[in-house]
Design a protein around this ligand. Structure first.
Ligand code: SF4
Length: 346
């Protein structure tokens, strides 16, 4: 893909990390796409360009979105419940999901969105001013604005603010490990458990996402996983079972799993919303495989948005939309049976 950056946008260019010269051009090693670009070419994620034989990220300090969100919106249910997250994104994504909810910013480039002038130090200042305990790198795909996220996260950590990623998990191990050293939590989309479906639905592969999940966990980042159930694409019971078995056998029993309801959007507008029964069935499969914290998301007013103590069954956190209505966790434990509830609670 070719593209020319003109005018204002050039101010926000910054030398990209993890670039490598190859005989075919400059390679970006941040994600498994491993784009190799010649002079003037723009990356698959639309966020990087080669100029004078060097790779540059295009929107460093120039996000198209900057909002204060409840942390529950990511969704992160076991991480500082009821707190606020200063949430930023630039245009671009390294996948091309047919069902993308944020396609208007993810499937375009930073020179085509309306952007803010928000360098890392100002993101931290705004977070403090807005009483946000965390900064969330979210909405589009933060892997594609890696340098901006990383530098902001370093400053945030020094200022006592936590960092969270909402991501597709499509990232190479080396950049992920560096990133994990400054991240506190992540919600990662596991979009399917079938490689052929992954490719058709998202343009990516399954294995790198599974590898990324293990790295997040091994590096001590609090992790939650979202699986969007798309009718006819990812609602196959056997595949859901396979996914839950893999999670159970690979050390993710304590990792919250959010089954999320699909609504018709983008290139899958012709499909119906996921039947609630399908989501309930998936959550029973997950519980049957020993996963301790299973949620149903995008279904207003459903009791499966609450956290139940896996030992005594009492409701430890109740939610209404993004609002916390009950919090019965004291010192990280169920106030009734006193057993530990996995998460970061204060
Ligand atoms: S992050 Fe962007 S430029 Fe780098 S490999 Fe992935 S898609 Fe290509």
């Amino acid at each position: 893909m070719n593209g020319i950056i003109t005018g204002e946008q050039e101010r926000y260019r910054k030398l990209a990390m993890f670039q490598e010269e190859t005989p075919r051009g400059i390679m970006c090693r941040i994600c498994p796409n491993e784009c190799v670009l010649k002079e003037g070419e723009v990356s698959d994620c639309r966020n990087r360009i080669v100029r004078n034989s060097k790779l540059y990220t295009m929107a460093f300090g120039n996000p198209c979105s900057a909002n204060v969100d409840p942390i529950e919106k990511k969704p992160l249910y076991h991480f500082l419940p009821g707190s606020r997250a200063f949430s930023i994104a630039t245009a671009g994504c390294n996948l091309v999901c047919l069902n993308c909810q944020n396609w208007s910013i993810s499937q375009t480039s930073p020179d085509k969105t309306r952007n803010y002038d928000l360098p890392p130090e100002r993101v931290v200042e705004e977070s403090i001013r807005n009483k946000c305990r965390t900064i969330a790198y979210t909405y589009s795909e933060p892997v594609t604005f890696y340098e901006y996220a990383y530098e902001t996260a370093v400053l945030a950590r020094n200022a006592g603010i936590k960092n969270v990623f909402k991501s597709n998990g499509y990232i190479n191990p080396e950049p992920l490990k560096k990133l994990c050293s400054v991240l506190d939590a992540a919600n990662i989309d596991l979009k399917s458990f079938n490689d052929a479906t992954y490719l058709k639905l998202t343009g990516g592969k399954l294995q790198p996402v599974l590898d990324a999940l293990k790295i997040y966990k091994d590096m001590g980042v609090w992790l939650e996983i979202t699986n969007l159930i798309v009718p006819t694409w990812t609602d196959n019971t056997e595949e859901i079972d396979k996914m839950c078995k893999w999670l159970s056998e690979n050390g993710f029993k304590e990792t919250p799993l959010h089954f999320s309801r699909f609504y018709p959007i983008h290139k899958l507008e012709q499909l119906p919303p996921t039947p609630v029964e399908v989501l309930r069935n998936a959550s029973k499969i997950a519980a049957g495989e020993g996963l301790k914290y299973v949620y149903i998301g995008n279904v207003p007013g459903n009791e499966m948005a609450d956290t139940k103590c896996p030992y005594c069954g009492s409701t430890v956190v109740a939610r209404q939309g993004y609002r916390i209505t009950v919090n019965n966790i004291t010192d990280g434990k169920c106030s009734k049976c006193k057993k530990i509830i996995d998460g970061v609670w204060s």
